[in-house]
Design a protein. Structure first.
Length: 296
């Protein structure tokens, strides 16, 4: 599946956000994280940026909020790998250690003048509007708006991702969980509504990409079927001249890596892919319908 990749390090993106060398330094801090946490941080920043856009927040705040999101888990570089990468559920003691990544990340930012402006992201992204979060148990408006947004993005990516200590959960069920958290007073409702719009956009985009891939498969299946016709005529021909004629026709239709010996296997693979991708579209359309029904 061809999915659009949001890469904040890409020169085009950096230019569009007018990030200077100091801001790039802040983002480069992610190089110190383990690969999984870095990818998670990039995904949360992506979601945060797009949620800000749907909330119609100004460009400067969107840049600030997105950078806070990139740095939100920076404190995890000091969490022991045995806890951070544990395949099973954390014990209560291990969970308490995991929670310290918020205060560790905050101290890291406060001790670095280039990171200090973004210290709110690491410290309060696990706070809940009802006061049930950590590390400070802040409630309501006392939680910075950037952290209210990051919390929604962070929860979504944490649940749908295949983390070491969680089983994968579908997108619709994940949204239901976040909507329940919004209704129960834990999560920011406008940010949750914006997240739903982002997920709808991504689902529609994935459907569009899958249709493009179906077109690619159909074109190649048509071409390979023509090759098969030439092949059948070649094998049934009695004269070498006719055999050579059909063989040349086959060669003209071959693409890189295809040969007289393997094209039929490739044709079978394309047919199987066409069937499976068609089923993917049906599932995505069904999921899109369910997502649109969700009330926030």
């Amino acid at each position: 599946m061809f999915k659009e990749k949001f890469d904040f390090y890409d020169k085009t993106v950096l230019k569009s956000y007018d990030l200077d060398s100091a801001a790039r330094y802040q983002l480069k801090m992610l190089d110190s994280l383990d690969n999984f946490t870095r990818k998670h941080s990039e995904s949360v920043a992506n979601l945060t940026c797009r949620i800000c856009d749907y909330l119609h927040l100004n460009k400067d705040f969107t840049i600030y909020c997105t950078t806070c999101a990139y740095l939100h888990d920076i404190g995890k570089m000091f969490i022991p790998p045995s806890i951070l990468q544990k395949p099973g559920k954390l014990t209560d003691d291990e969970y308490e250690i995991m929670k310290t990544h918020t205060s560790i990340g905050y101290k890291m930012c406060m001790n670095d003048t280039k990171l200090r402006p973004y210290s709110a992201g690491p410290r309060w992204h696990h706070e809940a509007l009802d006061g049930s979060g950590y590390p400070d148990g802040l409630k309501g408006d006392k939680i910075p708006i950037e952290d209210q947004i990051i919390r929604v993005a962070d929860e979504f990516d944490a649940i749908v991702s295949k983390r070491q200590y969680k089983s994968h959960v579908g997108i619709t069920d994940t949204l239901k969980m976040l909507i329940e958290n919004a209704h129960s007073g834990k999560n920011n409702i406008p940010a949750t509504k914006a997240l739903k719009k982002v997920v709808i956009d991504d689902t529609i985009y994935e459907i569009s990409c899958t249709f493009d891939y179906l077109d690619y498969l159909k074109e190649n299946i048509k071409r390979l079927k023509q090759i098969k016709k030439y092949y059948d005529k070649m094998t049934s021909s009695h004269s070498q001249k006719q055999k050579n004629y059909y063989l040349e026709g086959m060669k003209m239709l071959f693409t890189e890596g295809e040969t007289e010996e393997n094209f039929q296997n490739i044709l079978s693979e394309y047919k199987e892919a066409l069937s499976s991708r068609s089923q993917v579209i049906d599932k995505l359309n069904a999921e899109l319908k369910e997502i649109k029904k969700l009330k926030i």
